[in-house]
Design a protein around this ligand. Sequence first.
Ligand SMILES: [Ca+2]
Ligand SMILES: [Ca+2]
Length: 353
Amino acid sequence: MTRSTLLGSALLAFSVLASAAPLPQSVTPAFAASIHDEPVDGIGDSFNATPFEGLIRTQSTRADRAIQEYDVSAFAGQSIASATLVGRVAVNNAFDNGVRTFDFKLYAGNGVADLGDYQISATLVGTGQYHPPIDVDFTYQFDVTGTVQSLLTGGANFVGLRVEGSSNPNFPNILVGTDCHLDLVLGTPAILSFCTPGSAGVAACPCSNPPAGADRGCDNSAATGGASLGATGTASLANDSLVFTTAGQRPNGTSIVLQGTSSVAAGAVFGQGIRCVGGVLKRLYQKSAVSGSISAPAAGDASVSARSAQLGDPLVAGQHRFYSVYYRDPIVLGGCAATATFNTTDALDVAWN
Ligand SMILES: [Ca+2]
Ligand SMILES: [Ca+2]
């Protein structure tokens, strides 16, 4: 083989590698520990000794929480496309029967097992349950992209996991450290929430109706704290399975899924809400809310990309589109005009591929 052929092969190999989707990097716990609280006052008192580094238990007189911290310093300050938390909880003894439920929370770790990790401020990312002795264990897998990105952005070098029993009594269980990992993919999420009114440069709500938290629209007359827009599936033109779902709308009422070709960073007053979707607008689907929620497309509806093409905006791989759902709210809040009988969710930035 000549030198130029060798070089050519090497370049080819490199370009194939460079164009492949980034692989998840699996991070295993830097350490595992279990903290004992007795008397039970929500303050950790001592560490449990080996082999109970994964002990989780709740009783009226004592409680134990399992913690792990994952070293994410290699990702410090970077943007992640996804983060997935995986693991297993197993029964320690099956003599005490019954359904046992658990909360999984993430916190900013420091790489050290501290008694304070028992009660350090943490974000709920998932729940789980099983029923010994019918079940001997259960596995969990949670999408923790948003929470881990917040921790990375906040400067955390370790992601802490705390698992707490949420049923009482909840007899001894073990978080199985060898089965636990945090899988991270660098890059930009294909679907990103934005447009929380009153934060990150987005205009405040117009009717004295701020959202109750991040990734929600302005509050509505049902006082839900504001409606949020989420999505499941894949924004892939070859295999479009994208489905939008809202939460926190008024219990019922007409709702429209809106698509725009650009985002409006500062937002614009839109009824009783703030709209951050702009450019060429398409009303993709009209739905009636049930229990404060819609999903679209539903069975029988065209996919999002097919619907967009029908309406004159064919999507091309690599493009972004921006989505929100606006909905009827006949009761106008806080000094807004009587004609402002609608409100909107926050928004999603979707990168089509
Ligand atoms: Ca205590
Ligand atoms: Ca710690």
